[in-house]
Design a protein around this ligand. Structure first.
Ligand SMILES: [Zn+2]
Ligand SMILES: [Zn+2]
Length: 218
């Protein structure tokens, strides 16, 4: 089955056969139809018009047939001709799951940036380009395996400029944190440097006195 991106779906226009209102793109709820069958889609087009005949008449229908309060919303599955009258418990049933185009735009921009950074990893060493490595390591949305690949580039790039931003970041995964720490140690050793344990400035590995904070080093 064809699966349109949320971007494509936001551009689509579908109308309710009951009230002709434009259907609203919503995140599919995590409920199941019938015997454990999901919607098969992350998104649904739903008529959220409270004046819709299906919705207005549904209250009576459900009370008469099922003896509880509820109504129907018209729903259409993306990339399919399937339409449903979906039972809802109240007016607000889907208002919290409406897809926010601005948020989609933001996460798409983020996704594009991540894709570019991943592509740049392949040439970052010859380009002496630390930027994509830092971007991937410091952005919390990036997947762990991608972060690990970026971390492997840190000692190869051997750029002291990475130390401050990496030290200022709290890594959530202990493996990744250890890999980054080792990478920093490797870079420091390659430059005959160490971090002052008191003021965190970089100083000569041989120093017995920190030139920045004047503290005596063990
Ligand atoms: Zn409608
Ligand atoms: Zn110091």
């Amino acid at each position: 089955m064809k699966s349109s991106s949320v971007f494509d779906l936001l551009a689509e226009e579908h109308h309710c056969p009951y009230c002709s209102a434009k259907l609203t793109l919503c995140h599919a709820p995590s409920i199941h139809v019938g015997d454990g069958l999901g919607w098969g889609s992350e998104y649904l087009f739903i008529c959220l018009n409270d004046e819709c005949q299906l919705f207005v008449n549904g209250w009576k229908n459900i009370e008469n047939n099922y003896g509880h309060v509820g109504s129907y919303r018209h729903m259409k599955l993306p990339d399919s001709n399937e339409n449903y009258s979906m039972m809802v418990a109240g007016k607000g049933a889907f208002t919290g799951s409406v897809v926010d185009p601005e948020q989609v735009k933001r996460s798409n921009i983020r996704f594009q940036k991540e894709r570019e950074a991943v592509a740049e990893l392949a040439t970052c060493v010859e380009d002496k380009n630390l930027a994509p490595v830092l971007y991937l390591l410091l952005d919390d949305h990036v997947a762990l395996d991608v972060k690990m690949r970026a971390a492997e580039m840190v000692p190869v790039l051997n750029d002291l400029a990475c130390i401050e931003p990496l030290r200022n970041h709290a890594f959530r995964d202990p493996n990744l944190e250890q890999t980054v720490n080792l990478a920093i140690q490797t870079i420091l050793a390659a430059h005959f440097l160490k971090e002052c344990p008191y003021c965190a400035e970089l100083i000569k590995a041989r120093a017995k006195l920190c030139k920045h904070c004047q503290k005596e080093l063990a």
